[in-house]
Design a protein around this ligand. Structure first.
Ligand code: GYE
Length: 307
């Protein structure tokens, strides 16, 4: 446990916490930046981190959480790979009196007493932003706009929500159609592979790629070039995350836009954990702040990007 904070918000006590962090994996640039942010923030605050990489597998996360419970950690930070199926293990943590802080991704569980708070982005809003950009960009286009979609990990909060937000906006534009949609599991390799299949079946009729993250967009850009088309010209490329790789692709004229999803919330998470353990009231939902960036801003902003 930690002592109350002073008015500056800094922890007065040197109390060292043991924090278990069950991370999703290392599937994307976003994820590695998020891991680094969390590791650095926990270290800087003088706490001990027990880190577990689940390699995008739910069973690994369940094992990791059980091991954190057995080790009697002070708090668990948990980034659930998918939304469902964690009820039992979260109940075990609650019964052991160990608070769970949801990081980045939400769970779809009715009993919200199983976690303290959810700190992460609004993925539905990110999907809306992507679609709104496309609506504006294609305002003058007559006729159908054929969109292919690379979804994130099946059953994950960002894949479900980014699809929902995007579809909500294009629903008002009957000329916009998602003609193909498949998961690329948030990785470059899978993004490339699935885009190759999309191109092979109907390459000349694809107008837009909406990728649920930049890594898949970057993999797809490679597939488009190998197929003999020009990314960002022949096919409009929309990504999410705003990682460096996207800024590089935009600066090279190969990607049109990326919606920001900020992974650098390690310090915010540490603050929440300390505040909670000091007896403060914590909101059930804490949002991360973010924006969006287009090709024309890429060169100027690239050197300033933290991830
Ligand atoms: O967008 C993607 C990563 O959960 C917000 O997971 C995160 C997503 C992120 O693999 O790149």
């Amino acid at each position: 446990t930690s002592e109350p904070k002073d008015s500056s918000g800094d922890s007065k006590s040197g109390d060292k916490l043991v924090i278990g962090f069950s991370q999703v994996g290392a599937e994307s640039e976003w994820r590695t930046a998020n891991t680094k942010s969390m590791q650095e923030a926990i270290k800087a605050a003088g706490h001990e981190l027990k880190f577990s990489d689940a390699q995008q597998k739910q069973e690994n996360q369940i094992k990791a959480i059980r091991s954190f419970i057995a080790q009697k950690v002070d708090a668990i930070v948990f980034s659930p790979v998918v939304e469902t199926g964690f009820e039992t293990v979260l109940k075990e943590a609650k019964d052991a009196g160990i608070p769970v802080f949801l990081s980045d991704r939400a769970v779809d569980i009715e009993d919200d007493s199983l976690w303290v708070t959810f700190l992460g982005s609004d993925f539905v809003e990110e999907g809306r932003k992507a679609a709104k950009w496309l609506v504006e960009e294609t305002a003058d286009v007559e006729g159908d706009i054929n969109i292919v979609e690379l979804q994130g990990t099946v059953g994950s909060a960002p894949a479900i929500d980014r699809k929902e937000g995007f579809e909500e906006i294009i629903a008002d534009h009957p000329n916009m159609k998602i003609v193909k949609s498949q998961t690329g599991d948030f990785t470059r390799a899978k993004g490339k592979e699935v885009m190759e299949a999309f191109l092979k079946s109907d390459g000349e009729n694809i107008d837009v790629l909406y990728a649920h993250n930049d890594d898949m967009a970057i993999g797809a850009i490679q597939a488009i070039e190998e197929y003999g088309l020009k990314p960002a010209e022949d096919i409009t490329i929309i990504g999410v995350d705003a990682v460096k790789g996207a800024f590089e692709a935009m600066a090279a004229g190969k990607m049109n836009v990326t919606v920001e999803c900020n992974p650098m919330f390690g310090p915010q998470m540490v603050d929440l954990i300390e505040a909670y353990l000091a007896g403060e009231e914590i909101p059930k939902r804490v949002a991360v702040e973010e924006s969006m960036y287009t090709m024309d801003q890429a060169e100027e902003l690239l050197p300033t990007r933290e991830y």
